[in-house]
Design a protein around this ligand. Sequence first.
Ligand SMILES: [Zn+2]
Length: 285
Amino acid sequence: MVLRERVADHIYVFRSGMYAQVNAGLITTEEGCVLIDTLPYPQETQQIIQFVKQRLRSHVRYLILTHAHADHVYGAYLFPEAEVISHLLAREHLIKQTRPALMEARQRNTALAEVTLQLPTMLTEKEASIRIGGFTLVLRHAPGHSPDLITVYIKEEKVLYAADAVMPVPYFANGGIDDLRRSLHGVLELTPLEDVIQGHGEVLLRGEVKSVLQAQLTYLGRVEAHAQAVLAAGEGKEALDALTLEACGYPATLMGGLAVQLHRANLYALYGQARRRQQQARAAA
Ligand SMILES: [Zn+2]
């Protein structure tokens, strides 16, 4: 069951009940709707379509894909009439990685049997804006979770759709920790700002945005220090697991338990990168 939440007068969030509490955002205007990301399973994205058609008597004019990860883009094919927008790098990732992975997923999972990949036709790089029905949407590159990620700032509503740049637990194993730090600082510096919609899980309200983001930056420092300490001590990868998610201040139940895996992937990615740097330095010496 998809959960629908009204975040502002013209903004709704739809949250997946089937996978990792993925969010999709809907901006309603008199000139049509803008959908930000889709839900993992077609049957869930269909519920958004029903809402737009039957309740709002409207249509989706633009579909913004914040990044190319499967859980956010699989519903895009259900919007053949929408203009699909993404970062330049997302298009590349969709073709080279998301598409072959989808072909495999379709074999394994009958709920995905009909999914095809809808490629973006409008591409952004550093920053772009869209004007629609009196609203200004600012699309900004915010890498770190993935290299291709863009956030969407809905100026008139003072709401940021941060996508996976902000998650219940930061996740950068497919991106880079330094980029993610910069992107989180970018969110902290954004004004005026009321709510932040994360790519997964609950919407962050004005009073909690700062403390949640500060905690995320602290988390990044802790996992980085731990991975470096394990490497410096000459210990094997297993020693990474000594730093649990709970020890970093996050409950293990976050995102239905998925957060524990993301945390582990973060540590292993950092360790791998640090070890490669160490080997390169030795080879150069
Ligand atoms: Zn993602």
